[in-house]
Write a protein that binds this ligand. Structure first.
Ligand SMILES: Nc1nc2c(ncn2[C@@H]2O[C@H](COP(=O)(O)OP(=O)(O)OP(=O)(O)O)[C@@H](O)[C@H]2O)c(=O)[nH]1
Ligand SMILES: [Mg+2]
Length: 237
């Protein structure tokens, strides 16, 4: 239309609403299972190449002495990310989505089906690299982390409001490249806070290790809180 409005035919809209409703119901069941098992679940979302896998590679390796961790990683094709993450010695499964640009609760449920969730402290779900589709799909996670790299441009939070609105934590990655990319830290923080005034922001480099301690502290306290909640609700592990 001349004013830029896109009209969606009612039948397509209805179909989309049904898919989302089915996903929400499955996500609710998953969240219940995760809560009973006391496993803390994080869904990592970013555009392609922002550094999700590299951050997880380092996190899985460095926190392995402290926690039992597992990862599901989604991509349209290849087992590349799973191979990289398996070098940490932790449990990793690749979900190849084919043509889908996001993970859905049904996929998560089927890929964790034979896992003993009570043995896992922390489950990472690396979503398909995409800033649009993953934001509408609840995976039963406790927290959603959005990554923007210093080379992505400071205006990205403003361009992808749905994603920011569904995120609990924003990670600014590739801090070591900030100077070369002439990254404007204040502008990025402003853009994030304009969309979500209370969003927690961490800046880090998975290459140099700068900022990783704050990320690990966040994980430690979140895991602790989840275990506490699980005990309180009568699910001793
Ligand atoms: N210099 C630098 N490079 C990084 C950093 N983190 C990731 N990279 C590089 O950026 C590229 C993409 O990183 P990945 O970890 O594969 O990104 P991703 O978000 O998992 O990508 P997809 O799964 O394809 O969406 C790789 O070449 C990484 O080595 C960092 O902190 N500093
Ligand atoms: Mg990846």
């Amino acid at each position: 239309m001349a004013d830029g409005t896109v009209l969606v035919p009612p039948r397509i809209l209805e179909l989309r609403q049904n898919i989302l409703k089915k996903n929400d119901l499955l996500a609710r069941d998953l969240r219940q299972r995760f809560a009973e098992a006391g496993v803390y679940v994080l869904n990592l979302v970013s555009g392609p190449g922002a550094g999700k896998t590299r951050l997880l590679q380092r996190t899985l390796t460095e926190l392995a002495p402290e926690f039992h961790m597992a990862t599901l990683v989604g991509d349209l094709a290849t087992q590349n990310d799973a191979r990289r993450l398996q070098e940490s010695g932790t449990t990793v499964r690749q979900i190849e989505t084919g043509t889908l640009c996001h993970l859905e609760a049904e996929m998560v449920a089927s890929y964790v089906q034979d896992w003993n969730l009570a043995e896992i402290d922390l489950l990472f779900i690396e979503n398909v690299g995409n800033l649009v589709c993953p934001s509408s799909y609840d995976l039963g996670e406790d927290g959603r982390v959005v990554l923007f790299s210093t080379t992505d441009g400071e205006d990205k939070p403003l361009k992808y409001p749905t994603l920011i609105n569904s995120a609990d934590l924003a990670i600014i990655s590739k801090l070591d490249l900030a100077e070369a990319a002439e990254f404007d830290h204040a502008a990025m923080h402003r853009a994030l806070r304009e969309m979500r005034p209370d969003i927690k922001i961490l800046e880090l480099s998975a290459k140099t290790g700068e900022g990783l301690e704050a990320w690990y502290s966040h994980l430690r306290s979140s895991i602790e809180a989840k275990k506490e909640a699980s005990h309180v609700s009568g699910n001793p592990r």
